[in-house]
Design a protein around this ligand. Structure first.
Ligand code: 13P
Length: 250
């Protein structure tokens, strides 16, 4: 399905200090206010910056999100942040099941699904990440891995909600490598089939973002693909000029 309004979300990962609000974010905001973009834009900074970023954006055309949340609403979980806390800080979206969390923290599909439920309960828009490793791609398993992750990580409650899937091949993250346009189109089509297999009609409309070394040079071609509903951008979202160029390419 061709999606006309694309969603471009920046994942700052463990980067960003207050100075970046006066710098990169102020620059992005001024540009988007002067010339409104045709795409929806979001930024997911570290939890420490969410509230200040919301204040800095002050109702402007950039949504703010978290990068993870716990399943529980509160309690003895040192270091944890709940979905309700993200909402309390002003977030409207949350990235869940990012490959860095799946790898570093051993997050399973079942846990990601439970987190999706918690995010929906709190009123957040979940952005659910899936993607194969290089070994899995070389073994010809990319589509099957992505299908399995989708079947396991989605949640019954997604039907009728605002949510997005993000296809991020692990080997393309932070490497400067990207799949070919044909490979992206193939996995996005397989992802759509799996979303419908899991949710029925509820899987038809959520955008499928592509993530992994998106930059101003490759964004336009990737975003022009039929089943690419937007982008999840890491490194390039830290630089105002690059992130703006990607938003403008959508
Ligand atoms: P890069 O754009 O830096 O490759 O990161 C992609 C990513 O992991 C976004 O979630």
């Amino acid at each position: 399905m061709k999606q006309t309004v694309k969603l471009i979300v920046g994942n700052w990962k463990m980067n960003g200090l207050a100075a970046d609000l006066a710098g990169a974010v102020a620059e992005m905001l001024a540009d988007l206010k002067a010339t409104p973009a045709s795409a929806r834009a979001g930024l997911c900074p570290p939890a420490t910056l969410i509230e200040r970023m919301v204040r800095a954006i002050d109702g402007g055309p950039i949504a703010v999100g978290g990068q993870d949340c716990r399943v529980e609403t509160k309690g003895a979980f040192t270091g944890g942040v709940s979905a309700g806390m993200l909402v309390d800080a002003g977030a409207t979206m949350v990235i869940l099941g990012h490959s860095e969390r799946r790898q570093e923290f051993g997050e399973s599909d079942a846990l990601v699904s439970d987190k999706v439920g918690a995010a929906l309960q709190a009123g957040l828009m979940p952005i659910i990440c899936v993607g194969e490793t290089l070994a899995q791609r070389e073994a010809g398993e990319a589509a099957a891995i992505v299908r399995g992750q989708i079947l396991g990580s989605l949640h019954d409650g997604l039907t009728g909600q605002d949510w997005a899937l993000a296809y991020e091949p692990v080997w393309a993250i932070g490497t400067g490598l990207t799949p070919t346009l044909d490979q992206i189109a193939e996995i996005h089509a397989a992802a759509r089939d799996a979303m419908i297999e899991r949710l029925g009609d509820g899987g038809r409309t959520a955008p499928i973002l592509y993530g992994g070394s998106v930059n101003p040079g490759n964004a336009r071609d990737i975003l022009a693909l039929d089943e690419v509903g937007g982008a999840l951008v890491g490194g390039a979202s830290l630089k105002a000029a690059d992130f703006l160029a990607i938003i403008r390419a959508a």
